[in-house]
Design a protein around this ligand. Structure first.
Ligand SMILES: NC(=O)C1=CN([C@@H]2O[C@H](COP(=O)(O)OP(=O)(O)OC[C@H]3O[C@@H](n4cnc5c(N)ncnc54)[C@H](OP(=O)(O)O)[C@@H]3O)[C@@H](O)[C@H]2O)C=CC1
Ligand SMILES: Nc1nc(=O)c2c([nH]1)NC[C@@H]1CN(c3ccc(C(=O)N[C@@H](CCC(=O)O)C(=O)O)cc3)C=[N+]21
Length: 286
């Protein structure tokens, strides 16, 4: 079998043109959806993601601003700024780019963002809603993955989904969304014994470990749907996923490439969440 590529870049174009229409409608009501991104320090990869987010906002007619702070910023300063943004009615979505410098407690920062402006879906209130099946902001990468699987007509119900990785931003929430859609979900992590025994049983395999080219064709069941979340910058400057793309693509029925797979969908769902925030839906607790 040779896999069909699930192209997140093309799908993003389509979803973003719908988003642009929603933005237009909101503007007619006098609301311009606005996203504020805070970035601390000068990690080049983080800066590049943040630029991608800003570009995507302007392409859909949304407004955005980036607050760039030095890595010496204290937690107290950061929390004060977030408090200001929480109170600012012109700001609908707040995203603090992760990871943060070691001297700042990530959880304190996440919990300081108003759950109604938490377009990352990382606040414990929103995580709790996701776990209990209530509608809320879905974390952007998992939301993008589900949107992609739906767009490519992948049946989730009754399938065995295996998730490699259990981070709060990718692994755990993507497993929860698949469970909410009636998959049987297995999580694997660094302490899992014999990961291959699980990957070989997966109908839907989500790779989110950040270990470049670590999953090869022999690890994958024939006909599996493989979603590669990994973004690994190689020595030659190119990006690689967690899958060894050529050998996995030979076994899988559908696969996401890296780049142009999950990454662009993550940004697209961030835009969607910002619109939801601007609409002020009851569903997110307003
Ligand atoms: N495309 C996109 O939009 C996005 C891409 N990413 C990329 O996705 C990848 C994962 O990101 P993130 O979740 O933040 O990463 P983390 O480093 O936070 O988590 C990695 C997870 O992988 C697990 N793991 C490590 N080694 C193995 C192994 N050998 N077998 C099974 N599991 C293992 C870890 O287990 P343990 O918990 O035991 O340590 C951990 O749960 C990265 O490459 C990141 O750059 C991230 C966000 C968005
Ligand atoms: N609070 C917070 N929210 C996040 O959502 C968040 C974060 N912090 N920290 C870092 C990770 C990573 N992430 C990516 C987003 C887009 C691409 C993306 O667009 N990738 C392009 C390639 C980009 C390139 O060429 O460098 C692609 O895969 O085609 C990648 C990774 C969001 N994250």
């Amino acid at each position: 079998m040779t896999a069909i590529e699930m192209n997140g870049k093309d799908l993003s174009q389509k979803v973003r043109s719908d988003i642009a229409e929603d933005v237009q409608q909101l503007k007619e009501k006098g609301i311009t959806p606005h996203l504020t991104v805070i970035i601390i320090g000068d990690d080049p990869a983080s800066k590049s993601y943040v630029r991608g987010k800003e570009k995507a906002c302007s392409e859909t007619g949304m407004s955005s601003d980036i607050i760039e702070l030095p890595s010496s910023t204290t937690e107290k300063d950061l929390l004060t700024r977030i408090d200001g943004l929480n109170k600012d009615e012109t700001v609908h979505g707040i995203l603090v780019q992760l990871p943060l410098p070691d001297h700042i407690n990530e959880q304190n920062v996440i919990e300081s963002i108003s759950p109604t402006k938490d377009v990352d879906g990382f606040h414990p209130i929103n995580v709790g809603k996701l776990m209990t099946g209530q509608s809320t902001f879905l974390p952007c990468t998992p939301y993008g993955i589900i949107t992609m699987l739906n767009a490519y007509d992948v049946t989730i119900e009754g399938k065995h989904a295996v998730v490699l990785g259990r981070s709060n931003i990718v692994g755990k929430p993507v497993g929860q969304l698949l469970l909410n859609d009636n998959a049987t979900v297995t999580y694997c992590h660094s302490r899992t014994k014999n990961v291959t025994a699980f990957t070989q049983e997966a109908d839907i395999l989500i790779l989110a470990t950040g270990r470049a080219n670590s999953i090869r064709g022999e690890h994958v069941k024939s006909g599996a749907v493989v979603v590669d979340v990994g973004i690994n910058r190689m020595e030659d400057g190119t990006l690689s996923g967690d899958a060894d793309f050529p050998s996995v693509a030979e076994k899988a029925s559908l696969i996401t490439p890296v780049p142009r797979g999950v990454g662009p969908m993550t940004i697209t769902m961030l835009l969607k969440n910002t619109i939801t925030a601007a609409e002020g839906l009851d569903a997110v607790g307003k």
